[in-house]
Design a protein around this ligand. Sequence first.
Ligand code: CA
Length: 404
Amino acid sequence: MDPLDIVSNLHNIKPVYQPVVSAITHDVTGYEVLGRYYTGKEWISLGPFFHDDDVPEEFKVEVDQHLLEIALTDMVASNQETYLFINRNAKQLMVNDGQDLLDTLIRFEQKGVSMGRIILEVTEHDFDEAFDSLHHLLLYYKTYGIQIAVDNVGAKSSNIDRIRQLKPHILKIDTKLIRRHNEDGFQDIMYSLSMLARRIGAALLFENIEDSYQLYVAWKHGGRFYQGYYLAQPAFKGTPQSPLQVDVAERVEGYVRREKVLVEKRLRFILSWEDKLKKLLPQWQGPKKVDAFIHAVTRYFNEESFRMYICNSDGQQISSNFRKRKDEWVLEENKRGSNWSFRPYFLENMMHMKTWKKAMLSDVYSDIDTRETIRTFSYPLSDQHFLFIDIRYAFLYENECLLI
Ligand code: CA
């Protein structure tokens, strides 16, 4: 399509709306505005027009302003208190210092569309150029109550610091990330993104959700908003009241049920391990006979564990390492005296065990030595001595509840 044809035929351009679903109400909470162009035969997406670097920014601004006018007029007419997500790239916003957009929004604010209902989506890869000017402009928009979303987060992890500076209200995550990375890679990206979101107080929005599994992943990773063909296709104005293709509430009920069963199973593992150790506790004869005690424990955790040791309350290892090699438990005496207090949560967890007199199971993490995904089960033998049982990957893998 010739960009000139598009910009000189604005009457052939109309917005479509893609519903954004709230994880709290399980219902549509807003719409993202996308552009469609009528060729005389069919309606086509304006995506390629907007993403084409050769199209002059002034053209894009004109088309976007036209779409926005219609969308805001629709909003006034519909009387719904929904959010409107609009897309702008950095260069477009820089045209005329972003004043066109603001003027339009101010005009419609007088007709009843509050600025707080507008969510401006900027793309992460826009941050590469002129970040400071963009940052200033977005700060300025924010003072009007306009919300900022960063589109396509996670595509480039190098922008974490800039996102932090920008403090957007929403981070939009492309669910295609799940498909592009393996399970571990995706988990790691999600871990840092949700940490970032928590730190800056941003909500996560998962877009391009195409099936039930992806909706589950979005729910599981703390998605506050969902968007994608699985839930609803973009549609022209005048769509029925409930345009959702799936019953989100019912789906989430299913996820909750599944998750509860898994957590319960995991807790049962912890209880049964704790039980085994309680029965072995009479054999604990203090730090002098520490290796003998572990030796007694090994055969009760033969399936689960590949490594065990005991530390005192300062984080110092007072036993040998018991290490399973092939089918034999081997003693590594040289590990005695190692200090583990520097490890994240080590002291915190020890104080917990001491205070509550309860066993603990760590998160899933990568062992420094073996690089394998493991978890550590720990148990207070006394106020001063703590047993650590590293659970091997194969055992976690066989029991899904231990992997989440
Ligand atoms: Ca977008």
